[in-house]
Design a protein around this ligand. Structure first.
Ligand code: CP
Length: 312
């Protein structure tokens, strides 16, 4: 496995998180810094995406590299029965870095076992979404001025939502308090509650999305119910609209509270929240470009600060 791969947020140290945030800050100031001249990056998306794929591809383009790949595996030889192993080995012949999203948990880890080309996990089933976590951390750092001692309320689909799983694990270094708001069927899985206990992370479990909870919150992290992970559509219908944030629910929120959502949203955030200064989800998606530029350069071992000096 290439040590430059980013498969799970669990593989990243506290110092690496701070370093990636600083690099994201750098790219926000210098988005067109051409450090990928001659590099080719593959984006292999076996599942749908808007933000993750387009922001990764924009990141490569702005850095001066080239992108190949697919957004619909149905148009590739996967549809003829080619295995994931063979696909990864083939694409490795052509590129310097592979960014992949797959519906199977563990697919990105498996890919690192069949190639030396660095792999970035752009989401594997309900498991992990580490590049989303880096942009979430960058967004939290920008809006709160710190990652430390924050109350983070996660609402919605905490069972299948890979973004909340990754974020929870990343926050282990920063003494957060978590409030998990979900119906019984979609509450945070036991393995992540065990993770909290093992890492001395405080948490509360709620089924009511109350103003008392909102008013104690610094980061309100809303999530979509992951329809694509349900095997029984009737189960989805029962839980799909249980939690919606409306603007009036933020009336007594802390001044520093920001509403985050990995997007896409369905009905979790009413449109009347969009103009509230506490709504941060579109800025959050924009931060994804800079966080992903930082992740790509780290994976390729590019010293952006040295490259900056060489250019001067
Ligand atoms: N947040 C996120 O992963 O969005 P996409 O599914 O559009 O990439």
């Amino acid at each position: 496995m290439s040590t430059s791969s980013l498969v799970s947020i669990a593989d990243i140290s506290r110092d690496e998180i701070h370093d990636l945030i600083e690099r994201a800050r750098y790219f926000e100031q210098h988005p067109n810094h051409k450090v990928l001249d001659g590099k080719v990056v593959a984006t292999l998306f076996f599942e749908p995406s808007t933000r993750t794929r387009l922001s990764f591809e924009t990141a490569v383009n702005r850095l001066g590299g080239r992108v190949i790949g697919f957004s619909d595996a149905g148009t590739t030889s996967t549809s003829k029965g080619e295995t994931l192993k063979d696909t990864i080995k083939m694409v490795s012949n052509y590129v310097d870095l592979i960014i992949m999203r797959h519906y199977l948990e563990g697919a990105a880890r498996y890919a690192t076992e069949v190639t030396d080309t660095p792999i970035i996990n752009a989401g594997d089933g309900a498991n992990q979404h580490p590049s989303q976590t880096m942009l979430d951390l960058y967004s939290i750092s920008k809006t709160q001025g710190t990652l430390e001692n924050l109350t983070i309320t996660m609402v919605g689909d905490l069972k299948y939502g890979r973004t909340v799983h990754s974020l929870l694990m990343a926050m282990r270094y920063f003494k957060p308090k978590f409030i998990f708001v979900a119906c019984q069927e979609l509450q945070m899985p036991k393995e992540y509650l065990d993770f909290c206990r093992e890492n001395n992370l405080e948490y509360e479990l709620h089924s009511d999305f109350s103003e008392d909870v909102i008013n104690r919150t610094d980061i309100l992290y809303m999530t979509r119910v992951q329809r694509e992970r349900f095997t029984d559509i009737m189960e989805y219908e029962k839980v799909k609209n249980l939690y919606t944030l409306h603007n009036d629910m933020l009336a007594n929120a802390k001044p520093n509270l920001r509403v985050l959502h990995p997007l896409p949203r369905v009905n979790e955030i009413d449109r009347d929240v969009d103009d509230n200064p506490k709504a941060y989800y579109f800025d959050q998606a924009r931060n994804g470009l800079f966080a992903r530029q930082a992740i790509i350069c780290k994976a390729l071992g590019i010293d952006i600060y040295k490259a900056d000096k060489d250019e001067q």
